[in-house]
Design a protein around this ligand. Structure first.
Ligand code: URA
Length: 199
């Protein structure tokens, strides 16, 4: 309650309300092939938010982000810096599965951007971990490749953005070099999280 009696919803309630309003969304052509809108999951007050590109087949069925093979690797990546999935908030740049797991297209990313912005306005993360070039490029509005974006911090509103390789890319490219770079990025994200966290 505020002093004048207006009710201000907490983060969980605000996100639930956003998710409810999103049901039946037809803002872009991804609505035609999706089974479920994959809104996001985790702690609504998380200081660290993980942003992927878009749901795959498993996520489309279960309605939760990063639950397939890439998601299992993401869970291990987070654990490697002592973070549990329920301590962070995990979401995607687009909320509906692109057909055949293709990358989301520019118009789809643009249609979903206000939804993502609304989510971030509620969560107010201190650190954003962007997975892969689609998420990193669309959040940072750049065409620079992920190999150039990663390894350093980017200002992102009141937060700092850490780009790294997408776990699906790491599964397709199992060389030690990419793993080592991703590990460096995760440690960077962890350091920023420790320095900036509010709780
Ligand atoms: N890949 C993504 O980018 N997001 C998911 O939710 C799953 C796989």
């Amino acid at each position: 309650m505020t002093l004048d009696g207006d009710y201000l919803p907490d983060g969980a309630t605000a996100l639930r309300e956003q998710e409810r309003r999103l049901q039946g969304c037809q803002r872009c052509k991804l609505c035609h092939g999706r089974r479920t809108i994959v809104f996001g999951s985790g702690d609504p007050r998380a200081d660290l938010v993980v942003i992927g590109e878009g749901p795959g087949a498993d996520e489309d069925v279960q309605g939760l982000p990063f639950v397939g093979r890439a998601g299992q690797l993401l869970t291990r990546m987070l654990a490697s810096v002592d973070l549990a999935r329920d301590e962070v908030y995990i979401l995607n740049a687009v909320k509906c599965r692109p057909p055949g797991n293709r990358n989301p297209e520019a118009d789809e990313l643009a249609a979903c951007a206000p939804i993502l912005a609304e989510q971030l306005a509620v969560i107010q993360p201190k650190v954003v971990l962007a997975l892969g070039s689609v998420a990193a490029q669309s959040l940072l509005r750049t065409r620079e490749p992920i190999g150039k974006l990663r390894g350093r911090l980017h200002p992102y509103g009141n937060a700092v953005l850490v780009p790294t390789f997408h776990p699906a890319f790491l599964l397709r490219n199992p060389g030690q070099e990419y793993k080592r770079m991703a590990w460096e990025d995760l440690k960077l994200a962890r350091r920023e999280y420790d320095a900036r966290r509010s709780r």
